[in-house]
Write a protein that binds this ligand. Structure first.
Ligand SMILES: Nc1ncnc2c1ncn2[C@@H]1O[C@H](COP(=O)(O)OP(=O)(O)OP(=O)(O)O)[C@@H](O)[C@H]1O
Length: 896
């Protein structure tokens, strides 16, 4: 199969190409980064490299346009194209649709073709998107360097019209922006072409999602498509007026972005990109929100992943391990999305958190009002996405009617909300615009059950437009007249089976069977002859046909016009609709928190501005729920007591593998996040001094796939913590240092704990298998040792999962390995080796002797002699005294 590249072929003699191929190459040259879907008749065709690639990705048959098979080609039927396009977009490709701009029937030469739209992952609506997922298109703008650097981010979710931006300053601006992107995980990132590396290649060979990562772009590997655009798009002179012009304001101050130039440039660049990809009217992008990360509890992308807040740690795993799944009991898609966003950005403001908690407390305490509120949202559909579809002109009459159904629920929601007293409920009720005027505008215009499309008419309600009513009457009476004609003609001709019929090619006609053709009167004009029938028309029939068809055509036009007016009215109110959607989302999320609190008996956390972190009898919400669902053991509650100002600041947790150390760490972080979101918590009692940032270093993350060693990743993450944590942060370190030689790891862990304790003073939970670290409690006054407990039984150990004061005495690693099913011989040998190790460590042997003994032990196992002697004796022949003597003998040998 020929695999010439487009460039090679484009260099061919243009005269040797067919006109269609010339059009194809012209389009391809304009959009070289896109897969070119070229409309030819009833198919979209792809050629050359695009054809080869798409045939492979979509498992399509690759054919050829010419005999020598030098022009590979594949195609998808036009009517079924959507499904193929979505599959390619999900894989990160960009697609250009090159359409026929003329009706082939009306032109004699070749039809004109033009690219009418460019589809990219961030600019197309994926119908399979779940309600809670957002489909962010992002852009990043960098201005200045060093301490004066600013990194601006803009995010746009086309499906809802949500448009927001933020900015980071100083030497770490770039890293912070990349981290924010890692948390949000947009599907597509637009950037200036030279931003990520040499101007030639840019960040990545962004073409078709086959991105190559570079050091600079580490942290961006989750973004499927990265799109470089010309540098000038990201300049203030171009992007700022574009943004203010689009949003109809005079200055950045008008949209709350004064002083945030890099954020505004990133936002303007997104508007440019939307226009460049021909996304049509962008009316519903009518505002932008500037947000600050500092008003929230900061969670870096590593923690978001490690704690499985919204996605499971490894893609493809069940979502049941996520906090989002455990907390998701919202009634509306907007509520689900807000919950997800809130988990990623819990609040850091005391007043805000308490306002939410007050509202949740009130709704938790009153079952009747709470259920009333939740029931009022039963019929509420996705207001934001429906609006998005209206704006993109992809909403049909039925969808606009569902929008009306949702709007119809709003007064009920407002009423249910008004039943509550607390400030937040009142604010929400006061601000909730029930949009009754828009509801009325839709229901008074559209029929109760409109058809899906305009083809059959009947979209617009009777009484809306006098001309439409008249035309409908005309076509109704016209149809009645046809029935009368049929009846009359049957009598006149004596042909009982004569029928008046219609088809789109011949219009109305009289049909008689062949057998009756001889009885047809002379004034019938023959239209068509079939095998069994003859079709005729008459001047009278032609007259009615014209009347009916003209009336139908005209009423179709009127229906479309009225629908377009309705759409324009809705779009003119897009801002109000979106604001309302935001309030509904908040009402829904608070109702969901109250529902969970009541259902699961969760308690209200006491939030204050202090260094305290105290949980009494707390449970891990996700693990507990999964245990309940599987009907397995009960979760064992545990307590935490930390006080960064005046009490213990570091908890050092030791204990066996599988003892519950990681669960204890994660549970602490999750409860802090829940509390700062305004949610009640699974604990008997909780007092929390506001946390500004949560840092986690838990287990190996999937960074290894990026080509960095586990140890390197661990140290990079630890460095980030030690460099940026504050006395108000919460630091969780799990098994730090295990990725390198024991003593190196131990020393690093030791120094890290000291640094956290002495210099930073952050509330810290440190789980470790280095028992040596427990000695730190003698030296560090604000460090406490905790241990997860186990019970030793004759058949092995039992995990109690309860956390107690004091260091663990043993690590039980070999017992856990035994439980895991390691062969008995390996377990027995490991026990021998361990004993020698322990003896060497505890004895006063000089290093040389110790080494010698270790080597001897490793290669000539002591136990072998004992095993051999045991093998030789015949137990049946021994007296009890002989057996005891042998046992004493063997023990002596072992101790020697
Ligand atoms: N408090 C608890 N109550 C009941 N089960 C628990 C509790 N804590 C942990 N578990 C269960 O014990 C298992 C091991 O927990 P975890 O991974 O936290 O142990 P670990 O001490 O961190 O182990 P390792 O040191 O090997 O990483 C998990 O399956 C968890 O479900």
């Amino acid at each position: 199969m020929a695999t010439e590249t487009i460039n090679e072929i484009a260099g061919m003699d243009a005269a040797s190409l067919t006109p269609v191929m010339r059009q194809y190459f012209a389009a391809k040259q304009q959009y070289p980064d896109c897969l070119m879907f070229c409309r030819i008749g009833d198919f979209y065709e792809l050629f050359y490299d695009d054809a080869i690639l798409v045939a492979r990705e979509l498992q399509l048959t690759l054919t050829a346009r010419d005999r020598e098979k030098k022009q590979p080609m594949c195609g998808v039927p036009y009517h079924a194209a959507e499904i193929y396009l979505q599959r390619l977009l999900r894989k990160g490709y960009r697609i250009a649709l090159c359409e026929q701009m003329e009706d082939p029937k009306t032109v004699k030469t070749i039809v004109r073709r033009e690219v009418t739209r460019v589809l990219t992952p961030g600019t197309s609506l994926d119908p399979s998107l779940s309600p809670e997922q957002s489909n962010y298109l992002a852009s990043i703008a960098m201005i200045g360097t060093g301490n004066t650097a600013k990194a601006g981010l803009a995010l746009l979710d086309l499906s809802t019209g949500e448009f927001r931006a933020t900015e980071f300053s100083g030497a770490s601006a770039w890293a912070a922006a990349i981290d924010e992107l890692g948390r949000i995980r947009p599907v597509e990132l637009v950037h200036a072409s030279g931003l990520f590396g040499p101007a030639s290649g840019g960040l990545l060979t962004a073409k078709n999602g086959n991105a190559e990562s570079s050091e600079d772009s580490a942290g961006l590997e989750y973004i499927r498509t990265r799109t470089p655009v010309e540098e000038w798009v990201f300049t203030g002179d171009y992007a700022l007026p574009l943004l203010t012009g689009h949003l109809h304001v005079h200055s950045l101050d008008g949209i709350g972005m004064g002083g945030h130039e890099s954020a505004a440039i990133a936002s303007g660049a997104l508007i440019h990109y939307m226009r460049a990809t021909k996304q049509g009217a962008l009316e519903h992008i009518d505002g932008i929100r500037y947000y600050e990360r500092s008003t929230c509890l900061e969670l870096d992308s590593v923690s978001v992943r490690n704690l499985e807040l919204v996605d499971p740690l490894f893609s493809g795993e069940s979502v049941q391990t996520t906090l989002f799944h455990t907390l998701e009991a919202c009634s509306t898609p907007m509520g689900k999305r807000l919950l997800r966003a809130t988990l990623l950005r819990p609040s850091n403001e005391l007043a805000e958190i308490n306002a939410r908690l007050d509202a949740v407390a009130e709704a938790t305490a009153d079952l009747r009002k709470r259920e009333g509120l939740r029931r009022s949202m039963d019929g509420v559909l996705d207001l934001e996405r429906l609006l998005g579809r209206v704006a993109l002109d992809s909403a049909g009459p039925r969808e606009v009617m569902s929008l009306a159904a949702t709007l119809g629920c709003l007064p009920g929601v407002a009423l249910a909300d008004k039943a509550f007293e607390s400030a937040r409920w009142r604010e929400l009720a006061a601000a909730l615009d029930p949009l009754e005027d828009l509801h009325y505008a839709i229901v008074k215009t559209l029929a109760d059950e409109p058809p899906i499309t305009f083809a059959d008419g009947g979209v617009i309600r009777a009484g809306v437009d006098a001309e439409l009513d008249e035309l409908r009457e005309l076509s109704r009476s016209g149809r009645q007249a046809l029935i009368t004609i049929e009846e009359r003609e049957r009598q006149r001709t004596g042909i009982g089976s004569l029928k008046v019929r219609f088809n789109s090619v011949f219009g109305y006609y009289l049909e008689v069977t062949k057998a009756n053709a001889k009885s047809v009167p002379a004034d019938y004009e023959r239209k068509q002859t079939l095998v069994n029938a003859e079709r005729f028309t008459t001047p009278e029939l032609k007259d009615y046909e014209t009347k009916i068809l003209t009336a139908q055509e005209r009423s179709g036009e009127i229906e479309r016009r009225i629908f377009a007016e309705l759409r324009a009215e809705l779009l003119a109110n897009a801002g109000r609709i979106r604001e309302t959607a935001r309030r509904i989302a908040e009402i829904d999320m608070l109702g969901c928190f109250a529902h969970l609190a009541a259902l699961r008996g969760w308690t209200r956390p006491l939030i204050e501005d202090s260094g305290v972190l105290e949980f009494v009898q707390a449970r891990h919400p996700v693990v507990e729920r999964r245990m309940e669902e599987s009907g397995s053991r009960r979760f064992v509650p545990n307590s935490v007591h930390l006080d960064a100002d005046a009490g213990p600041a570091v908890l050092l947790i030791t204990g066996p593998n599988m003892g519950g150390k990681s669960t204890y760490l994660r549970q602490t972080a999750l409860l802090v996040i829940m509390a700062q979101c305004g949610c009640f918590v699974p604990a008997e009692r909780m007092t929390l001094g506001l946390v500004d940032r949560i840092y986690t270093r838990i287990g190996a993350s999937d960074n290894v796939a990026r080509g960095r060693s586990t140890f390197m990743v661990e140290m990079t993450e630890t460095a980030a913590i030690l460099n940026t944590a504050t006395a108000r942060s919460l630091v969780l370190l799990d098994e730090m240092g295990r990725g390198t030689a024991t003593y190196d790891g131990l020393s690093l862990a030791w120094a890290t704990v000291e640094h956290l304790h002495d210099r930073i003073g952050a509330r810290t939970l440190f789980a470790t298998h280095y028992h040596e670290l427990t000695m730190l409690s003698e030296q560090l006054v604000r460090l406490r040792n905790l241990r997860v407990t186990v019970k030793e039984t004759p058949s092995g150990i039992v995990f109690l999962h309860s956390v107690e004061a004091g260091p663990a005495s043993k690590s039980y690693g070999i017992e856990v390995a035994k439980l895991a099913g390691l062969p008995a011989a390996v377990i027995s040998r490991a026990r021998d080796v361990l004993k020698v190790h322990e003896r060497v460590e505890s004895s006063a042997l000089r290093p040389a002797q110790a080494k010698e003994q270790m080597q001897m032990t490793m290669f000539t196992p002591l136990s072998q002699r004992i095993v051999d002697r045991l093998g030789e004796v015949d137990v049946d022949e021994m007296t009890p005294r002989e057996a005891l003597n042998l046992l004493a003998d063997l023990q002596r040998e072992l101790k020697a």
